[in-house]
Design a protein around this ligand. Structure first.
Ligand SMILES: Nc1ncnc2c1ncn2[C@@H]1O[C@H](COP(=O)(O)OP(=O)(O)OP(=O)(O)O)[C@@H](O)[C@H]1O
Ligand SMILES: [Mg+2]
Length: 517
């Protein structure tokens, strides 16, 4: 074998290793180089299988798949076993005159008449044997076994480095995969269909608290202005915890008058009060094993707060008009957009209840305090509205600047509604400042220079050109009220508004069942 050919073979092999993607394929290709460049007949790489503790053909050249499968040796069996155990090369000048030669693969039977020599070198990693590299050569050619062994030893070192590298990469990959899996699981558990958008620092803090408290049943108090995502977070806490498969029951404490609220929460026995025609289980019973979300807890009448405190402390209550004590296992999540501290100071909220609820307060910051989230959220809602309305609208940079500077008094809910309206009404494929609703423009004109440049009619809520937006909401609110016989709570629920927001709109649009007032 000439040195030139050896070098050529090594160069090819190094190239193969350098571009390796798949371990087995690369190893087979390396062995192929031996055959093509150095005219070696057959080549096999046996590696110790960690599970079976047998030397198994990992790659070969010149062997069929069946022959490969047959090539399994115990580490002390035959010549391969000897090379493996001794850690030294071995040469069989003529395999047919060597009794130790097992020919387990059967690959050499067809040319048994020809004289064949066999060479093997150990493959070691950090001095430990991991396998054997063997080649067959036709006997009688001008060969120097020593030269061949030297070359195969170099190759064996390269292979061993390749194996080490591959193992390290594989380990790293496994760690990454595992990390990926657990992150995905976390994300899934945390957001599970609720998609809480936000990468701002305050939202990261919110996410961190959610994941910390979700596994336990600790009471959480969600604090934040209207539309900041309190209900969304309540769902996320429930879904990320062990109660996920159980009920999530929501009660709006501001939606019902006192007696009805008590019955709603704790249930009643038949005849407990006028109109109680049948026994009814309350929301706490329905939420057993699950979560109860007490929205607008600040509106809970004082008289009910003592009963509430008892459920919190003892997990016990009685239905109205009943004497049986019910035990419940519920996680309580409360939310408020009014300051409970102030309510306590004014004597409208029991201090002891406040402290029981305030174990883990989660503050949902208003959108204007996390401007980083504005583009992300807007694009999120734009994507949804685009899809719903089969549009492909993009927003212009001056609109984005405006959105970031706008104070968002209605927070995320306001943005969600705004996007939907803009998408429905927009013509063309861009959303610009001119597409903003007139009430926003009117309120923004004072602080936004770009808005000031817009034609007056765009900013004027009363101008007919843009009055349609105002009209749409007014008509929607009025229609919902009519549908629900002017029961504001129901109409509000229908539109996804809180009763307070409904009240605000009724006043804003001067709506009354007896016509405009
Ligand atoms: N971070 C967010 N990512 C995606 N959507 C959000 C986010 N925050 C709020 N929303 C959406 O905004 C709307 C209002 O949120 P939510 O009802 O949770 O607010 P809230 O704080 O309970 O308001 P209110 O006090 O008026 O009841 C919902 O449709 C919700 O899905
Ligand atoms: Mg809410």
């Amino acid at each position: 074998m000439t040195e030139g050919l050896e070098l050529l073979a090594l160069k090819r092999i190094i190239d193969l290793i350098g571009t390796a993607v798949h371990l087995e394929t690369t190893l087979s290709n390396i062995l192929k180089v031996l055959h093509e460049t150095l005219r070696m007949e057959r080549a096999t790489l046996l590696l110790l299988d960690e599970e079976t503790q047998c030397l198994t053909i990992k790659a070969s050249c010149g062997l069929s798949e069946a022959e490969e499968l047959r090539g399994v040796y115990k580490p002390n069996e035959g010549i391969c076993g000897q090379i493996f155990q001794s850690g030294s090369p071995f040469v069989v000048p003529d395999i047919h005159s060597e009794p130790q030669f097992l020919n387990r693969t059967g690959a050499r039977s067809s040319i048994s008449k020809t004289k064949m020599s066999f060479l093997g070198v150990p493959v070691q990693v950090n001095g430990e044997p991991v396998g054997v590299l063997t080649v067959d050569r036709l006997f009688g050619m001008e060969i120097s076994f020593e030269e061949d062994i030297r070359f195969l030893s170099v190759l064996s070192t390269l292979i061993s480095q390749f194996l080490t590298l591959h193992k390290a990469i594989q380990k790293k990959e496994e760690v990454l995969l595992e990390e990926n899996r657990s992150l995905k699981a976390k994300l899934h558990n945390l957001h599970d269909g609720h998609y809480i958008i936000g990468h701002s620092k305050p939202m990261q803090e919110v996410f961190s608290i959610i994941s910390k408290i979700a596994p336990s049943s600790v009471t959480a108090l969600l604090l934040g202005e209207s539309g900041t995502g309190k209900e969304l977070v309540a769902h996320a806490i429930h879904d990320a915890g062990k109660r996920k498969e159980k009920a999530f029951v929501k009660v709006n404490c501001a939606a019902l008058p006192e007696t009805l609220l008590e019955s709603e929460l704790f249930g009643h026995e038949r005849g407990a009060f006028t109109g109680a025609y049948a026994t009814r289980a309350g929301r706490f019973e329905l939420a057993d094993q699950g979560t109860i979300f007490l929205d607008e807890i600040g509106e809970m009448p004082l008289s009910l707060q003592a009963k509430m405190l008892r459920v919190l402390q003892e997990k016990q209550f009685e239905r109205i008009g009943g004497s049986k004590t019910y035990d419940v296992d519920v996680r309580i999540i409360a939310a408020t957009n009014v300051s409970l501290e102030k309510a306590v100071a004014k004597g409208q909220f029991r201090a002891d209840l406040y402290y029981r609820l305030n174990v883990v307060p989660i503050i949902l910051p208003p959108l204007r305090d996390r401007k980083d989230d504005i583009p992300l959220l807007f694009n999120h809602f734009l994507g949804i509205s685009n899809e719903r309305n089969a549009k492909k609208l993009h927003l212009t940079s001056e609109l984005l600047d405006f959105l970031v500077s706008y104070p968002w008094p209605g927070n995320v809910r306001e943005m969600q509604n705004l996007v939907e309206r803009m998408v429905i009404l927009a013509e063309g494929n861009k959303l610009t400042l001119a597409d903003l609703t007139p009430d926003i423009l009117a309120s923004a004109g004072d602080f936004n220079e770009e808005v000031k440049k817009l034609p007056e009619e765009n900013r004027e809520t009363t101008k007919p050109a843009r009055q349609s937006l105002y009209d749409i909401e007014r008509a929607e609110v009025e229609a919902a009220l009519k549908r629900h016989g002017w029961v504001q709570v129901r109409a509000a629920r229908d539109l996804g508004l809180t009763p307070r927001q409904m009240g605000y709109r009724i006043r804003k649009y001067k709506l009354s069942r007896y016509g405009e007032y």
